[in-house]
Design a protein around this ligand. Structure first.
Ligand code: 9MR
Length: 380
């Protein structure tokens, strides 16, 4: 069966997310939760004083995971696993426009604030994901009708959100997935409401605005598909490097690149190509982070030992290829347990076996992938 393109997936996911968010708002949240600045009444119950177990040893590179707010509330093992293994967290959805901005007047910070409080209480950093994206936007954003309106809304959003977490969120995915799925010389960028009205200047605007609000923040552009051994990845790397060169030639501030790492398990990692790409970024003065690592196992063999072995090997090849050029500032997986992951929504297996893309299995037992990450992060 053909695997759908990530672009198609993201569009459908965005729709799912929108439905879920609407339902949740209708069912659970009160109007005052949406008032700008209010913590809201839905501050999540997972913030329990004394839950933090001091991690005895911190790795050289912090490890973290994307967090689902629902699982933090519904599944007691989930926050425990995060506390046990992670030094960083990032909201899987709670800072996206679709969640934060149900309408033009509202900033619904309750869930992101709760995760921030959890991170603080447990000595973790929280990364910010994300400020500008082609997907995950509410209808009113997709209906923006002019360049002036786009600029006003983008600046207002960034000023408010970055301002709220100034000095707390120290690394922001300012721009998420700007490069077209199959970039062409004349069309390197992914279509979005921002590109439509502002052209590529939206990149400059977002980065400059974020830097102006919090000059200390690490400015990151986050994207995927840099590791596959094929022409598509080569075209994406080239388009990405061209974009960075353009930004630098205009003195636009940018500090790091987020390498998502949604690895397509049946394809090997193009280690030399990935290392050369990261080396070029490093030579341009940029740091790198691994921001969304998981191994999509739709096409991998069924037996768990075999499958987990391939998954661990892919993760190792990916991390080693990056580390050979530059050690990343952080390694985050997109989720921590196979129990809570986006992968089966889009990549469920034809044999009906559950997906196993993450470092812990659905019973929270560490798999070989966790060992790979721990070894990589521990190295000085
Ligand atoms: O994992 C996320 C999923 O639960 C959401 O429905 C979806 C839309 O908001 O976004 C997913 O996360 C994506 C991330 O934000 C950007 N890179 C790809 C991730 C996986 O699709």
């Amino acid at each position: 069966m053909r695997i759908p393109s990530i672009a198609a997936i993201m569009l459908r996911l965005a729709e799912d997310w929108r439905d879920a968010a609407t339902l949740k708002r209708a069912l659970f949240m009160r109007r005052r939760d949406f008032v700008l600045g209010a913590l809201g009444t839905s501050a999540l119950s997972y913030i329990k004083p004394g839950l933090a177990l001091a991690q005895s040893k911190r790795p050289a590179i912090p490890y973290g995971a994307a967090i689902r707010d629902g699982a933090m509330v519904d599944d007691p093992f989930y926050p425990q696993a995060i506390i046990k293994y992670c030094q960083q967290v990032v909201g899987e959805g709670n800072l996206k426009w679709i969640t934060l901005r149900p309408d033009r007047e509202t900033f619904a910070f309750a869930e992101a604030d709760a995760l921030m409080a959890f991170a603080d209480a447990n000595g973790m950093e929280m990364r910010g994901h994300n400020l500008v994206w082609y997907a995950g936007n509410p209808d009113w954003v997709e209906a923006i009708g002019s360049a002036e309106e786009a600029k006003t809304e983008l600046v207002h959003h960034i000023e408010t959100v970055v301002g709220r977490y100034k000095g707390k969120i120290r690394s922001w995915d300012v721009i998420n997935e700007p490069i077209a799925d199959q970039p062409r010389a004349e069309a390197p960028y992914r279509d979005s409401i921002w590109l439509k009205h502002l052209g590529p200047d939206y990149l400059d605007l977002a980065l400059r605005t974020t830097a102006a609000v919090d000059p200390e923040v690490q400015l990151v552009i986050n994207d995927f598909d840099f590791e596959q051994p094929n022409d598509k990845t080569r075209a994406r790397r080239k388009a990405f490097l061209d974009m960075v060169r353009g930004l630098q030639s205009r003195d636009v501030p940018l500090h790091a690149i987020g390498l998502q790492g949604h690895i397509q398990g049946e394809l090997g990692i193009d280690k030399p190509g990935l290392t050369a790409f990261v080396a070029e970024l490093a030579a341009m003065g940029l740091s790198v982070l691994v921001t969304e690592l998981d191994v999509i196992d739709k096409m991998l063999p069924g037996p768990e030992i075999e499958r987990d072995g391939i998954i661990a090997q892919r993760a190792k090849d990916y991390l080693d290829a990056i580390g050979a050029a530059k050690r990343p500032d952080a390694v985050l997986t997109w989720g921590i347990t196979d129990k809570h992951t986006w992968v089966p929504v889009w990549f469920s297996r034809d044999d009906g076996l559950p997906n196993r893309p993450l470092p812990l299995d659905a019973d929270y037992k560490p798999k070989p992938m966790m060992q790979v990450i721990e070894d990589f992060c521990a190295e000085q």
